[in-house]
Design a protein around this ligand. Structure first.
Ligand SMILES: CC(C)(COP(=O)(O)OP(=O)(O)OC[C@H]1O[C@@H](n2cnc3c(N)ncnc32)[C@H](O)[C@@H]1OP(=O)(O)O)[C@@H](O)C(=O)NCCC(=O)NCCS
Length: 325
């Protein structure tokens, strides 16, 4: 048995609207809103970076769980925008939150599916031997993207979300998690520079390709709808539940049109889908835990509710979780 003991979320104060973007690149509020549903997003302050965000969300989740930092036995940080190249962000979280000398590691590169994948790892670790695992999804993505590329830059925002997973039901039981990968589609959403295949060097820095996110928007859209629906159907089947049993679906907040298409494909009512993409844009692996902690904080989830988390990301990865509150 693995359950969620506490939730936490963090977004920076600075708000950037679509109109703000239209002053920097050739875009409009109308284009962004009609294509994505995004109205504004949050941007990290100059003196903030990924570990700060992770610590804010993580410490809120620890407080919400009624535990102290000394009670945490393991940390997993899902991020594609780490504090530094090496070591991982989890190392900074371990020391800054004053945690014991516990295992702490990142799950990186899974794009926006990272948090739900990390949840899968955490619940398996807890089932193996009872412990409290802090799971964080965090991105400071606006620091690394190309601010001159209107096709990608306007989609993203910064944020963090976290949960503490433990060996008791507490606030919700993690009934099941499913996950999958189709690596043949790695090219539809990728940042190819900075690794061993194409390192940072004078040429890649001068060309600006180190910050260019290559994205086939329409293929990502199609795969996102297909895989989030598929993962949701699978996790429901594994738990012996049907779509009619679901009280709330919390999908990865990439695009309102993707969310609507998933909702229609699954046959779920509008009122049963949590949406905050208008306020934060796509916050990568922070998106699902941020929406989850916000939904809990707003009282959108009640005792007895079956909640589905479903996400997709670069890879191409997908994952879904069934939570019984
Ligand atoms: C990116 C996305 C919003 C584009 O929407 P779309 O309906 O496919 O866009 P369209 O093909 O109708 O329009 C593309 C046109 O808009 C232009 N465009 C791109 N970004 C723009 C912007 N911010 N403002 C104005 N025009 C823009 C393009 O240059 C292109 O122009 P062209 O036709 O003259 O070449 C959509 O494909 C999408 O959301 N895909 C999923 C992306 C995603 O979720 N990525 C993150 C995954 S974690």
């Amino acid at each position: 048995m693995a359950g969620i003991l506490g939730f936490g979320g963090y977004v920076p104060e600075r708000v950037m609207t679509n109109d703000d973007w239209s002053k920097l690149v050739d875009t409009t509020d109308e284009w962004i809103t009609s294509r994505t549903g995004i109205k504004e997003r949050r941007i990290a302050a100059e003196d903030e970076s990924t570990a700060d965000f992770a610590c804010h969300a993580g410490s809120r989740a620890i407080v919400d769980s009624g535990l102290t930092p000394g009670d945490i036995d393991e940390v997993i940080v899902a991020t594609d925008t780490p504090e530094v190249y090496t070591p991982d962000t989890a190392s900074f979280v371990q020391t800054r939150l004053g945690l014991r000398e516990i295992p702490a590691f990142d799950l990186g590169g899974s794009g926006c599916a990272g948090f739900v994948q990390a949840l899968d790892v955490a619940r398996a670790r807890v089932a193996l031997s009872p412990k409290n695992v802090l799971v964080i999804g965090v991105e400071v993505i606006t620091r690394l993207i190309d601010w001159e590329d209107r096709a990608t830059a306007v989609l993203f925002g910064d944020g963090a979300g976290a949960v503490v997973i433990g060996p008791e039901r507490a606030k919700a039981e993690v009934l099941d998690v499913v996950a999958g990968t189709d690596g043949s589609k790695a090219g539809i959403l990728t940042l190819t520079t900075g690794g061993t295949h194409r390192p940072f060097n004078a040429e890649t820095l001068a060309s600006g390709e180190y910050k260019t996110l290559t994205m086939n928007g329409q293929e990502v859209f199609r795969e996102a709808v297909r895989r989030m629906s598929q993962a949701t159907t699978e996790v429901l089947a594994n738990t012996g539940k049907s779509v009619d049993d679901v009280a709330l679906v919390i999908p990865h907040q990439a695009n309102k049109r993707i969310i609507d298409a998933v909702r229609k494909k699954l046959g779920v009512d509008d009122s049963k889908v949590y949406v905050n993409v208008h306020a934060y844009g796509n916050t990568g692996s922070a998106s699902v835990p941020l929406a989850l902690s916000e939904a809990v904080g707003q009282g959108a989830i009640s005792e007895g509710d079956l909640v589905i988390l479903t996400a997709f990301g670069a890879g191409f990865h997908w994952a879904a979780a069934a939570l019984q509150f």
